[in-house]
Ligand binder design. Structure first.
Ligand SMILES: [Zn+2]
Ligand SMILES: [Zn+2]
Length: 247
């Protein structure tokens, strides 16, 4: 087993709020400079660029998980991770079925750029991705789990679009292995400020929307290989797997 410094919350140019310069090649370059060894693509309500970024990262020896940042009906942002591409496409289809259809207004929200598997721009996703889907947090967690994946509520310390901002508490029995805090938040301070984080494990990723947002990772996993099943074990602290978050 070995240590993998990990950034599992990165947006590409597909997210309307992210820079158009968040191309697969640029993301790979910045992650290599930051010495990140395991990453995940988590665009808003879409997996369309997962394959392109996975290929670009593979050429740099960086592993990539399939992910998405879903906005639930409660306006809670949740990171969703799927075990492989087929599960990610299936998940994307489910999310698109639950995403109200509105054409994107590029001038207002920004472009939503899709890339081919070899990293070339391939037009735009026309429907607006930055909306809440018509499904609850519980439904999202259950549907991702049914596809072999796992969910981590995003940036729980933020005053908007977070579990605690929107719901005030962590729902009883919420089936997630960890909570994410913002890149510059400190775990002890967040626990004190918010209380109620219970026994949930804390992780922290960059939530990069621009190349300058990709920085050396705070979260490191001690795992056998860079796959979702190993992340799951590490978050549970099972089978000798570990996760360490720098404060
Ligand atoms: Zn978010
Ligand atoms: Zn995000």
């Amino acid at each position: 087993m070995r240590w993998y410094s990990a950034d599992l919350h990165i947006h590409t140019a597909l997210s309307p709020c992210a820079g158009a310069d968040m191309t697969p090649a640029v993301i790979a370059e910045e992650l290599a400079v930051a010495q990140v060894r395991l990453a995940a693509v988590t665009d808003h309500n879409s997996c369309e660029n997962v394959q392109a970024v996975t290929a670009a990262l593979a050429s740099r020896g960086i592993a990539c998980l399939a992910g998405m940042e879903v906005e639930t009906r409660e306006e809670v942002h949740v990171l969703c991770f799927l075990p492989q591409l087929e599960a990610a496409w299936d998940w994307q289809e489910w999310v698109y079925r639950h995403l109200p259809y509105r054409p994107n207004d590029e001038r207002r929200f920004g472009p939503q750029i899709r890339f081919t598997a070899d990293g070339q721009p391939a037009g735009q996703v026309e429907r607006l991705l930055a909306l809440s889907i018509e499904a609850s947090l519980d439904e999202v967690v259950a549907e991702v789990k049914a596809r072999g994946g796992l969910c981590i509520p995003a940036h729980v310390d933020r005053p908007a679009y977070s579990l605690l901002a929107m719901l005030g508490v962590i729902p009883e029995g919420l089936d997630v292995p960890a909570l994410e805090i913002s890149p510059y938040a400190r775990e002890q301070e967040v626990r004190q400020q918010l209380g109620g984080l219970g026994g949930y494990r804390i992780v922290s990723f960059s939530d990069a929307h621009h190349p300058s947002g990709i920085v050396p990772a705070r979260t490191t996993f001690y795992i056998d290989s860079p796959v979702l099943e190993e992340i799951r074990l590490a978050l549970r602290g099972e089978a000798g797997r570990q996760v360490v978050v720098l404060d």
